[in-house]
Unconditional design. Structure first.
Length: 81
């Protein structure tokens, strides 16, 4: 069976629960800005899904999470012209 999950409202609670299971403390302020903290690591975003993406990116890329010039150029080539 193929899996297809789209970014929509029904993924926000599972994203939130995944972050909790990973040991993050989560907070949403009065402006709707979300923060996930664990130890000395913190991520900020507009939704739990975005937070989960940031956490996954950092998990995969570590302290050197930023794209190199070559990686950025390759990404920009993928964008519609």
């Amino acid at each position: 069976m193929a899996i297809h999950i789209a970014a929509a409202g029904n993924v926000e609670a599972p994203a939130y629960l995944t972050l909790l299971a990973q040991g993050f403390e989560l907070h949403c302020d009065s402006r709707g800005q979300w923060t996930a903290k664990k130890g000395d690591t913190a991520f900020s975003a507009n939704s739990p899904l975005e937070l989960l993406g940031l956490a996954a990116m950092y998990d995969a890329r570590g302290e050197h999470w930023q794209a190199s010039d070559a990686e950025l150029d390759a990404f920009l080539e993928k964008l519609p012209k």
